[in-house]
Design a protein around this ligand. Structure first.
Ligand SMILES: [Zn+2]
Length: 137
């Protein structure tokens, strides 16, 4: 087994290829995110990388007015807030990402439990280009 398969870098590399991956335990069947080289449930190291569907449900969200640097560079600020949320994927694990397709100026219209689909957001140019995970409602 190669531990490098289960790093954040490997996860980001998959995102750049527009794939959402998770680690699956061959012993107990649990799927984990972030990627785990050893199963936190049964301590088996018989882990494999699987492709996730990217389908899930919004389980929590907040509208962000004071953006971190990367999001300010992407054009978000107090006047142009964005929604960040936690999505529970249909395979089980939860993951954070930007939530798209919602009315951030009317957060009361954003509903926990909404069906979402993963989308891949490219930001930056050339060497600095990076792919971020988002979810479309
Ligand atoms: Zn396990």
């Amino acid at each position: 087994m190669n531990d490098l398969m289960f790093t954040h870098a490997a996860f980001n590399q998959a995102l750049a290829e527009k794939k959402l991956i998770g680690s699956k335990c061959r012993n107990c069947g649990k799927i984990h995110l972030p990627l785990k080289p050893v199963c936190p449930d049964c301590h088996s190291d018989k882990m494999e990388i699987i492709n996730l569907s990217g389908k899930g449900k919004l389980s929590a969200f907040s509208v962000i007015y004071i953006a971190p640097t990367a999001m300010i560079q992407a054009g978000y600020d107090r006047k142009n807030p964005y929604c960040a949320g936690v999505v529970q994927l249909e395979e089980g694990p939860s993951i954070c990402g930007q939530i798209l397709g919602v009315d951030v100026l009317r957060p009361e219209t954003i509903q926990v439990g909404s069906q979402v689909n993963a989308t891949f957001i490219e930001r930056g140019e050339g060497e600095a280009k990076k792919t971020f995970l988002g979810f479309q409602v």
